[in-house]
Design a protein around this ligand. Structure first.
Ligand code: FCB
Length: 452
């Protein structure tokens, strides 16, 4: 059983829910530009309105309160606060987050602030974005501003969300904003700068802190899990988890990002593999990247079975026909929430949080006016049982944030009906919210009314 001070939360990000994009003094970010350019997002949808959370935040907080949710992970939109990425501050943007944080605290909900959940100001992209080494100080200054303004009330911060995605999907594959596919050499440089920016942000958050802060990070990755309990298969899965990805999709890696942040060095096997593409990596860079962190967060949605092959190498096991999958086609693999935390904790030894986990379901409002989503309840229960087992087996699991409280703008999948991730249904025509069965289920669970 998770103990009484286990952190039960929900998560969102700014672009996916806020709406009022580019309004009230906000500058454009790369997602504004990418979605408006057309072609990159399902049905050319945009985050212009999204869940209109910018105006309806109080209603959304009331729902969280009603459900007994005590922890909320959200992000701030960099360009809403610094329209050009640096320099001139948009006071209206800061004031919005003031209102949000104050309302959360009034409702007894602890804010967990993510500094960067992919909302790169467009102006910075025009200046080279992550390929420009100045990003380190731009990001540091932005983090300092957030800390200066909010850390009297916000104690928990995440620096970056999923570098695997904003570098990998953004620039290696070019499927996410800004949709600019680049060569390996350039994307590796961007990745290195992003890690330095993370380190600088940790420093600047602490420098401006108005109370002792707890700072972490929220990367991701698909989790290889052993197909059996044999030590050889377990070894094979662990090896695969931390191994470098193929060069043409290199960002899809765990150790490449987390090792330098937590262990102070890039993994040797990856350095060898990517040799021709590496940026310059100095000792000073590694020192900057390797800032002390208070906790380790990981976003985990799925994994794949692995066995030890005849040749001593890890081998992926083919899924059987009809393998369970979600609305977005992601496999349903609760094992990921056991083995992921276990492998990560063994390697990084920091207090551990699941900072995102959830499932896309093709939810509808039924004739009775309710949203029945047994698949989401079943998914979450299976995954949480696995997480609980990891805790029993020694992983210092401190919390779990469900993605998401609301259905929202699911990046390249937009508002497609098969990409609803919320515990609360959103009717995008009317902005009506309907708490799904899973929302009530989560509420009973976190209140301790119901064992897993
Ligand atoms: C993660 C993202 C989050 C959301 C979920 C479904 O990769 O961090 O914003 O889109 O996937």
């Amino acid at each position: 059983m998770f103990n009484r001070d286990f952190v039960w939360g929900v998560a969102t990000s700014s672009y996916q829910i806020e709406g009022e994009a580019m309004r009230f003094g906000a500058g454009k970010n790369v997602w504004d530009a990418f979605s408006h350019a057309g072609g990159g997002v399902y049905n050319n949808q945009t985050g212009d309105i999204a869940c209109n959370h910018y105006n309806l935040y109080q209603r959304d907080i009331d729902i969280m309160k009603e459900l007994g949710i005590k922890h909320y992970r959200f992000s701030t939109n960099w360009a809403r606060i610094l329209p050009g990425g640096f320099g001139r501050v948009n006071e209206e943007g800061l004031a919005f987050y003031d209102r949000l944080i104050d309302a959360l605290l009034r409702a007894g909900i602890e804010p967990w602030l993510t500094v960067f959940h992919w909302e790169l100001p467009l102006e910075l992209y025009y200046r080279g974005g992550f390929a420009n080494p100045d990003i380190v100080e731009w990001f540091g200054d932005y983090a300092a501003l957030l800390s200066d303004r909010f850390s009297d009330r916000v104690k928990h911060f995440f620096t970056i969300n999923e570098p695997q995605c904003f570098i990998g999907l953004g620039y290696v594959r070019g499927e996410h904003a800004p949709g600019a596919k680049r060569g390996t050499k350039e994307t590796m440089l961007m990745g290195h700068n992003a890690l330095k920016a993370h380190g600088r942000a940790v420093q600047r958050l602490r420098e401006k802190a108005r109370q002792p802060l707890l700072i972490g990070v929220a990367p991701t990755g698909s989790v290889p899990y052993p197909v059996s309990d044999s030590p050889a298969d377990i070894e094979a899965a662990k090896k695969a988890y931390f191994a470098p990805a193929e060069e043409n999709d290199w960002a899809w890696s765990v150790a490449w990002w987390s090792d330098p942040m937590i262990l102070g060095k890039y993994p040797e096997d990856a350095l060898k593999k990517y040799e021709p593409f590496l940026p310059e990596i100095s000792d000073a860079d590694l020192k900057l990247i390797n800032q002390p962190l208070d906790f380790y967060g990981q976003n985990i949605y799925n994994g794949y079975a692995v066995k030890m092959g005849e040749n001593g190498e890890s081998e992926a096991v083919k899924r059987y026909d009809g393998f369970p999958s979600t609305g977005l086609g992601w496999p349903v693999t609760p094992e990921a929430l056991y083995w992921g935390p276990k492998f990560l904790y063994e390697r990084y030894r920091l207090p551990f949080y699941i900072t995102e986990n959830g499932v896309a379901v093709n939810d509808v409002i039924s004739l009775d006016g309710k949203v029945h989503d047994p698949q989401r309840i079943d998914f979450t229960e299976r995954y949480l049982r696995a997480l609980e087992k990891a805790q029993k087996d020694g992983v210092d699991v401190r919390g779990y944030f469900h993605w998401s409280i609301l259905d929202n703008f699911e990046w390249a999948s937009g508002y497609s009906s098969s990409s609803r991730f919320g515990l609360v249904y959103v009717d995008y025509r009317t902005q009506e919210r309907v708490i799904k069965d899973s929302g009530y289920w989560y509420s009973r669970l976190i209140r301790g009314d119901m064992p897993l």
